[in-house]
Design a protein around this ligand. Sequence first.
Ligand code: SAM
Length: 210
Amino acid sequence: MTAQGPDPRFFDLWSHFYDVPWVQRLTYRPVHDAVLGELRARRPARILDVGCGTGLLAARLGRELPRSVVVGCDFSRGMLRRAARHRRLRCVQGDALRLPLRDQSFDALVCTEAFHWFPDPEAALGEFRRVLAPRGRLLLALVNPPFAVLGAAARAGSRLLGEPLRWPTRARLRAQVEAAGFRVEAQTRVLRLVAPLAFPTFLTAASRSD
Ligand SMILES: C[S@@+](CC[C@H](N)C(=O)[O-])C[C@H]1O[C@@H](n2cnc3c(N)ncnc32)[C@H](O)[C@@H]1O
């Protein structure tokens, strides 16, 4: 188990249900569409997906951006076993807080619906910056509640369940991303049916500020 973070075995278990089509359509697909739209405009050569889960987004990026090399990274063996079914997808097992990847080895880094699970967001952002090339792009999608009190309530509830998460407000996330050495370009709402008012999802797009 990582310090104060969820146990990878929680995600190993979750991996059995993750690819159910209606779950994907209601929750993750709109986020993946938004990320793909952003990447299509720039077509980065090397893309890293941190917290790639079963590899659905990473594999889709590989198919729809065939000139890009896509690598998925996750700390859950169960998730990665499923990701391995996507034949041409490269995956590595690793913790977002200590990415087993070289400095400046990617032009874009995506992280969808995973960042809120990382027990030390600042350390993760430091790692994102380290593995991105200068001016490399960061696409971070997660729930950003409109008020900090909603994030605090979600955190308290998740702690009770033993798997603590952090959903920062958009302003808080922007401040964290900028403090880590990125310039935030946009924070765009992702429309989806699940909890759209209290717990909306945003895609934060940023680039390494050097
Ligand atoms: C909700 S899933 C999202 C999967 C995928 N990004 C998507 O959009 O479908 C969250 C993923 O984050 C991974 N994860 C959580 N904490 C992690 C950590 N510290 N390091 C690496 N992966 C982590 C989990 O194993 C899980 O696969």
